[in-house]
Write a protein that binds this ligand. Structure first.
Ligand SMILES: Cc1cc2nc3c(=O)[nH]c(=O)nc-3n(C[C@H](O)[C@H](O)[C@H](O)COP(=O)(O)OP(=O)(O)OC[C@H]3O[C@@H](n4cnc5c(N)ncnc54)[C@H](O)[C@@H]3O)c2cc1C
Length: 418
């Protein structure tokens, strides 16, 4: 055993970092400030609804390699449900139209030539806009790279991009949008089957990871909030948790997997993203209609995606800062009116819960993208992980898992290099 790796934060980035370290070679301890793991990707018992719900509906895609790896390593593959093929259902609340977008399985996109598989009112050549996004470089915005208007944009690109970027697509980094497209639609339907944690995020992403770590002898400490990193020359010498402090030995290392604003406080001079966007979720306790798809995109509505769960319907609104000041019940009523209209359920508001995560993700703007650091810092035993680090992706589960594995790799490499 060569020293201990202290992972700070048990969100998905911290869990992925801890999982990526060889337990036979290093001791690993995870220190989490809260009383639970999962960070922004968590489930909890809601006393109002009297059931376990997620802080927000999370969607990942079948082509996300780090997600697949995480589920495989923790034995949780069966916790995700996925349709057989890639299919995205939509409803337009203004016109009442319904359609399904069905990319074919392979990377040659013949589906765009078939009216039955593409968005009504669009032609095949409209879809070539995506190639422009994938070619974008530097500080280009999506609005500069492609046309952000017209039927296809309003009925497909905007709903998909705002969900992936959590920022108004027009203003967002075209490089980040291009990366999402390159890893999903451009690879074909096999890579973009939507995967949903049907029993909850904790069941799929968090509890199996904690159990795997426990089996490997990794200690995960809750209620341990790091207050300060004491530096000595070019290394971290001491971790200050308030009542307790840990003095680091020569081979000890730290992987900081906390949110960007916390990292900026702990590491003086560290440049991190400074703009954030919220996500609003409304959960309604109601039996979903039989014919409702697992996930439905809503166009010309405040609600963006409607998810069906056993005994519950959930609505997601991304880039939702405009809804932060709205009284919670007003928001619940607004979203329920749309859900009732599209599902045919009664208009009376069922039991509900609204969760608004104010700093859900960093804003995927070009200038924010430039502020994302890599895993290596000026301190030779300090490494960074988190969805806000330079993963090349927007703030996503895939990005946070990759960042954790990458920080663990950087730490292992640094130790080997002496
Ligand atoms: C409502 C919502 C919906 C989302 N939807 C999607 C989606 O559909 N698809 C998708 O891919 N992504 C989605 N995301 C993004 C995804 O949840 C995040 O990218 C991911 O969970 C971030 O993980 P992380 O480990 O990087 O950070 P975090 O989850 O923020 O983890 C950081 C951890 O550090 C802990 N911590 C903080 N300070 C300290 C300290 N001083 N000492 C010790 N511990 C500390 C925190 O308690 C937390 O557990 C969504 C996010 C939200 C909020």
């Amino acid at each position: 055993m060569r020293g201990t790796v202290h992972v700070i934060g048990a969100g998905l980035a911290g869990l992925a970092a801890a999982l990526a370290i060889d337990p036979a070679a290093r001791r690993v301890t995870v220190h989490e400030g809260a009383r639970h793991a999962g960070g922004r990707c968590r489930s909890y018992y809601d006393a109002t609804l009297k059931c376990v719900i997620d802080n927000g509906n999370h969607l990942v895609l079948s082509g996300n390699p780090a997600v697949r790896h995480h589920l495989r390593v923790t034995g949780a593959e069966a916790k995700m449900t996925a349709p057989d093929g890639a299919a995205f259902d939509f409803a337009d609340l203004a016109t009442g139209e319904r359609w399904q977008v069905r990319p074919n399985a392979g990377p040659i996109p013949w589906w765009i030539f078939m009216p039955s598989r593409r968005v009504p009112g669009t032609r095949w050549f409209h879809y070539l806009d995506l190639a422009k996004l994938m070619r974008a470089r530097g500080a280009t915005t999506v609005g500069q790279a492609m046309r952000c208007s017209g039927t296809l944009y309003e009925r497909l690109w905007h709903p998909l991009l705002v969900a992936a970027l959590n920022t108004e697509p027009r203003d967002s980094s075209a490089v980040l949008a291009g990366a999402v497209v390159r890893e999903s639609l451009a690879k074909g339907g096999n890579a973009c089957r939507p995967l949903i944690a049907a029993e909850g995020l904790a069941e799929a992403f968090v509890d199996p990871a904690l159990e795997t770590l426990r089996r490997r002898g990794v200690s995960v400490q809750f209620d341990e909030r790091l207050r300060r990193l004491d530096m000595e020359g070019d290394r971290v010498a001491r971790l200050d948790f308030g009542e307790e402090a840990i003095v680091l030995g020569p081979d000890d290392q730290v992987i900081l997997a906390v949110p960007a604003p916390v990292a900026a406080l702990l590491v003086p001079g560290l440049e991190v993203p400074t703009a954030f966007r919220s996500i609003a979720n409304a959960h309604f306790l109601v039996e979903p209609p039989e014919n409702l798809p697992g996930m439905l995109g809503l166009v010309n509505a405040t609600s963006e995606w409607l998810f069906r769960f056993p005994g519950r319907l959930s609505v997601t609104v991304s880039d939702a800062d405009r809804l932060l000041d709205m009284p919670r019940e007003d928001l619940a009523k607004l979203l329920w009116a749309e859900v009732a209209a599209v599902t045919g359920l009664p208009e009376a508001l069922p039991p509900w819960q609204v969760i608004r995560e104010k700093r859900a993700t960093f804003a995927a703007l070009p200038e924010q993208e430039e502020r994302r650091p890599g895993p290596v810092t000026a301190q030779r035993n300090l490494f960074l992980a988190g969805d806000w680090t330079a993963t090349g992706l927007p703030a996503t589960i895939e990005g946070s898992l990759r960042s954790g594995a990458r920080a663990a790799e950087a730490a292992t490499r640094a130790l080997a290099a002496g």
